[in-house]
Write a protein that binds this ligand. Structure first.
Ligand code: ATP
Ligand code: MG
Length: 330
């Protein structure tokens, strides 16, 4: 069996949270040797789909770049770049919009959730899934490691690839969704019925990778549980279930082991244990981050090298797509 081509993107919101870390970043770090190539992209063009400040976007882009490197992404072992540096993504978005159904875009729950919070509901927010499809399809990726919230978008990009191939001939690869077994959907600590999120979450319920360690302890210590006493995963215990998953990932253990270990232990002590493990997991990342973040030139250099490698793959795909679609000179 040949190695998978792995592709995933992450928004440069800078304040990446525990959900991003567990659902996405840990998978990237693990996947960089499995993929041939493994491609990871900071998707600044996605970030402009909601209200933002241009100067801040640049700063947050460097923050995110440094977080990913600090977490263990190694530009020697993967292709790591900034989306807007590879213009093929944008052009492919337009071309693929011709085989994207408006009705499908209308059904996207992320669009509904995010647009509810925006003063201007941009067309970019509506088009987000087409750009995301282009990100992945430009590289003929076979695997897309993401969190569970991206299931619908990956299903749509599969449909776009199939429709393109059906209409214009076998060209694009239909990629497979890959979500982590545990931690694919980390929930907000204060509102455990909704996912931890950058755009729609609560501040007290969101642990950021770069939060002060004291703040991490405080947020996890005040996480909502329930009125019961048992440390078990159950549908009516979303808060406790979420914390069990977090602890399992932070320790590299099985959730069932965590349940056994904390059988009969009170919620207070359980939450302390979760907090300590998360602190242990994130403290080294923060240490590396502090070393890497100040050298913006080095971050730019890493991204530039990545963009060159990315373009070398995306450009031929785009040429093929144009040719198949009858666009441009032969
Ligand atoms: P936004 O809410 O603005 O979309 P986000 O928090 O989802 O921001 P992204 O950069 O869009 O951040 O997501 C990066 C990756 O993190 C994606 O693969 C996404 O599926 C994953 N992810 C996001 N939130 C969670 C979560 N709560 N649990 C697990 N994975 C998540
Ligand atoms: Mg998101």
């Amino acid at each position: 069996m040949s190695a998978p081509i792995v592709f995933s993107g992450i928004q440069p919101t800078g304040r990446k949270h525990l959900g991003n870390y567990i659902g996405a970043i840990l998978q990237y770090v693990e996947g960089q040797d499995r993929g041939d190539p493994a491609i990871f992209c900071i998707v600044d063009l996605h970030a402009i789909s909601v209200t933002y400040d241009p100067a801040e976007l640049r700063e947050r882009l460097y923050d995110t770049t440094a977080i990913l490197l600090a977490a263990g992404l190694d530009p020697e072992r993967c292709i790591f770049f900034r989306q807007s540096d590879v213009r093929e993504h944008s052009e492919l978005t337009w071309l693929l919009s011709a085989v994207t159904s408006h009705g499908d875009l209308n059904r996207m729950t992320q669009f509904k959730d995010k647009s509810a919070k925006q003063e201007l509901v941009s067309a970019a927010l509506f088009f987000y899934p087409v750009l995301m499809a282009s990100d992945v399809l430009a590289y003929k990726a076979t695997e897309v490691p993401v969190g569970d919230d991206q299931r619908q978008h990956v299903e749509l990009m599969r449909e776009i690839a199939r429709r393109f191939n059906g209409r214009f001939g076998e060209t694009l690869v239909v990629p497979k969704l890959v979500v982590p077994e545990v931690g694919a959907r980390i929930m907000d600590l204060q509102e455990p019925e909704q996912k931890m999120s950058t755009t729609v979450g609560t501040e007290a319920g969101t642990v950021y990778v770069l939060d002060e360690l004291a703040a991490i302890r405080k947020k996890l210590g005040s996480a909502v549980t329930d009125s019961g006493r048992e440390v078990v995963r159950r549908e009516d215990k979303p808060g406790v279930t979420n914390l069990i998953d977090v602890l399992a990932v932070a320790r590299g253990a099985d959730p069932a082991e965590i349940e056994r270990e904390f059988d009969g232990v009170g919620y207070g002590d359980f939450k302390k244990a979760v907090a300590e493990s998360v602190v242990e997991m994130l403290a080294p990342v923060q240490g590396h981050y502090a070393e890497l973040r100040p050298d913006q030139a080095a971050l730019e250099e890493a991204l530039a090298v990545g963009a060159e490698k990315a373009r070398a793959i995306a450009a031929p795909t785009l040429a093929e797509v144009r040719e198949r679609m009858g666009v441009g000179a032969r």
